[in-house]
Design a protein around this ligand. Structure first.
Ligand code: HEC
Length: 487
């Protein structure tokens, strides 16, 4: 009877050994990304290459158990978000399996984490609150990062070059070892008419395609394993049209880096950075950092529900309410002018300016076919904004009080269209609601052309044109439906 016993033991063993990759997908990847680079294009922090998971595993175990909040810097970027605790739902061996997976994936090369270690760490906790990064770093400081370029040396050459010379044929003035591990102009002893050659070693964390970014004033070349990847010739400034990018397929491990540079007169400088081709983040290899590309942070509706954005929107009076609908049509309503001032198709809003600079400037609509409907009060004096409601699909109804009358202004998406219903209730005179103060060109009956992309259609509602303005004539109890249709 030995055989059945043995196989049942094996089965039990298999049932209890945890699959770290699968658990990571279930419990972490929604925020940290299946590729460990941070979900939603890096809005969440990466685990690939993160020093927070390196070295002593206690730091990462404690984050997994209790979560983290507050400003945290990961690989040169700052996040100020919330990570919920995971310790309540994850057993010790599950956390161990996840962190073992994290510490050995995407170029991370750290030792496995044992379930017993998680158990001891959990038992030793004297708190239940989420960590702040400072509290955690007091107990577990981050490992000192290695220099970006290992064993870096610099050689200085004197001479007047307007293009890259063959430095191998020239005699350097001096040679230094550079502890900083960064290519720098500080390594030169003169201001004009000189050349610099740096040599060192780069460690590719994993095999794959890498991209190098080079800019220089005046010229430069970056050579990896003897192959030139990017070159800048002639004379000229940085941060203009001269930066170059070069690609290399690298094996995991150490590669020889050589950077050649010359300066004629006036300003001098070099910018060098590299990244995995799949990563959005550059690692600087020079003390002059590569300016970050302008990243978009698109606010987008879900597949089934509209999204609301309340902030300054360029082209709309200050109290703007933006609505992005799932079908790719958008509007911006002005609570000052009591009407929709902008409508557009495609992407909704790029909020990068607010999210990176904390509220500087107005966000322009991110999409296209932007139509400016009006720029002045839509309703007579005395009308006041009474807020807006959203139906279950997120479609808004804006309401405005006019004396004893109430105007409900509802918007729903259609196929490349927005369908608007205006409903006046209460007793009093009829009301003319401004539709546009600049665009209208009267078309056939019941149709108005608004620019060359947009047509406004009505269901028997009465449209009035006075000068360059077009109004819809509303009477109490008789709703009007207007369709804004893009071509
Ligand atoms: C709901 C989203 C979410 C989930 C799920 C989540 N995290 Fe996080 N994690 C975050 C956020 C947000 C931060 C940064 C918190 C801050 O800004 O203070 C973070 C930070 C971290 C950090 C430190 C910073 C870094 O990038 O290295 C580690 C390590 C980490 N999480 C590991 C995990 C592991 C392991 C799991 C799965 C067990 C997990 N997280 C699940 C959102 C999440």
């Amino acid at each position: 009877m030995l055989r059945p016993l043995l196989s049942s033991l094996l089965l039990t063993g298999a049932a209890f050994s945890q699959d770290g990759g699968q658990l990571f997908t279930l419990y972490c990847s929604a925020c940290h990304g299946a590729d460990g680079l941070g979900a939603t294009g890096g809005q969440f922090p990466p685990l690939a290459g993160s020093p927070w998971i390196q070295g002593d595993p206690a730091r990462a175990v404690k984050i997994a158990l209790l979560g983290l909040h507050g400003k945290v810097e990961v690989e040169g970027r700052t996040y100020d978000l919330e990570m919920p605790p995971q310790g309540g739902v994850l057993a010790d061996d599950q956390i161990a399996a996840i962190l073992t997976y994290v510490r050995s994936s995407w170029g991370n090369h750290e030792t496995p984490v044992a379930a017993d270690f998680v158990k001891t760490t959990r038992a030793g906790l004297t708190r239940t609150a989420q960590w702040t990064p400072e509290e955690l770093l007091k107990e577990h400081p981050l490992p000192k990062p290695p220099p970006p370029i290992a064993n870096l040396t610099s050689r200085v050459y004197h001479g007047k070059w307007t293009d890259l010379p063959d430095f191998n044929q020239l005699k350097p003035e001096n040679m230094e070892e550079e502890q900083s591990g960064l290519v720098s102009m500080k390594h030169s002893d003169v201001q004009d008419y000189f050349g610099l050659v740096w040599e060192g070693e780069l460690t590719a964390p994993e095999a794959g395609a890498y991209v190098f970014h080079l800019d220089a004033d005046d010229g430069a070349r970056v050579i990896v394993d003897g192959k030139s990847l990017a070159e800048i010739h002639g004379l000229g400034p940085m941060n203009g049209s001269r930066p170059k990018e070069g690609k290399a397929d690298l094996t995991a491990g150490v590669h020889k880096l050589r950077v050649e540079f010359y300066e004629y007169t006036d300003n001098q400088g070099i910018q060098l950075a590299w990244k995995k081709a799949s990563s959005p983040f550059w690692q600087n290899l020079s003390d002059n950092p590569v300016p970050p590309p302008k990243e978009k942070m698109l606010i987008a509706p879900s597949a089934t529900r509209a999204v609301v954005y309340r902030n300054f929107i360029a082209g709309v009076s200050p109290r703007a309410i933006g609505i992005g609908f799932p079908s790719g049509v958008n509007l911006a309503y002005s609570a000052d002018h009591l009407g929709t001032e902008l409508i557009w198709t495609g992407d909704f809003i790029d909020a990068s300016r607010h999210w990176t600079d904390r509220g500087q400037g107005n966000e322009p609509p991110a999409g296209d076919h932007v139509v400016k409907l009006s720029n002045s009060a839509v309703l007579p004096d005395g009308a006041t904004f009474r807020g807006y409601k959203l139906d279950p699909a997120g479609n808004p109804t804006f309401s405005v009080q006019l004396g004893t009358r109430l105007l409900l202004d509802s918007w729903k998406p259609g196929d490349r269209s927005l369908v608007r219903t205006l409903n006046l209730s209460g007793s009093g005179e009829a009301l003319d609601v401004l539709l546009t103060d600049s665009l209208a060109v009267q078309g056939s009956a019941g149709t108005v052309q608004l620019g060359d992309q947009l047509t406004l259609k009505t269901d028997h509602a009465t449209l009035l044109t006075k000068g360059s303005s077009t109004y819809v004539h509303l009477t109490s109890g008789q709703p009007a439906t207007l369709t804004y249709q893009w071509r």
